[in-house]
Design a protein. Structure first.
Length: 147
């Protein structure tokens, strides 16, 4: 089970979460919220904690600023977040900006999938290809990597 938290102020969010759940961060959290925020803004703009134990269940969560998620969904700067949202997801908290950006993302994903599909195909082929766009250029997949 994976969660993506879109937040308005990542540094503030990490500060509060470090107080309540410092064990989610390991060594990354020791320098504090500013350091976590700087790490988050490097690369894909997401601070990922993939193996967090909550009530006996391992979950993963990523924290991203709302501006970053909206930009990445519409421009595919990294395909990290767009690829995650091209898979079946459930939205817990709705935000109009993110919904609109994700519509652009899904439209783009559909267009890319149509370029790869044969002249005739079924819905299952289309959905499988859309959900797999994230992995098309991922060299880890050729050696058995997993997300």
């Amino acid at each position: 089970l994976d969660f993506i938290f879109g937040v308005s102020c990542a540094e503030k969010w990490h500060g509060l979460n470090l107080l309540q759940n410092s064990h989610h961060y390991g060594a990354l959290g020791r320098p504090g919220k500013r350091a976590v925020g700087r790490v988050q803004e490097a690369g894909a703009g997401v601070c990922s904690n993939p193996f967090v134990m909550v009530n006996g269940t391992i979950i993963g969560h990523g924290v991203v600023s709302m501006d970053t998620i909206c930009r990445d969904l519409t421009t595919w700067d990294t395909l990290n977040l767009p690829g995650s949202l091209q898979k079946p997801t459930r939205t817990i908290c709705h935000d109009l900006r993110v919904q609109q950006a994700n519509q652009v993302n899904m439209s783009s994903a559909t267009k890319v999938a149509l370029l790869f599909l044969p002249k005739t195909f079924d819905k299952r082929d289309l959905y499988a290809l859309i959900a797999g766009i994230l992995y098309l250029g991922d060299s880890r997949m050729s050696v058995g990597g997993d997300d």
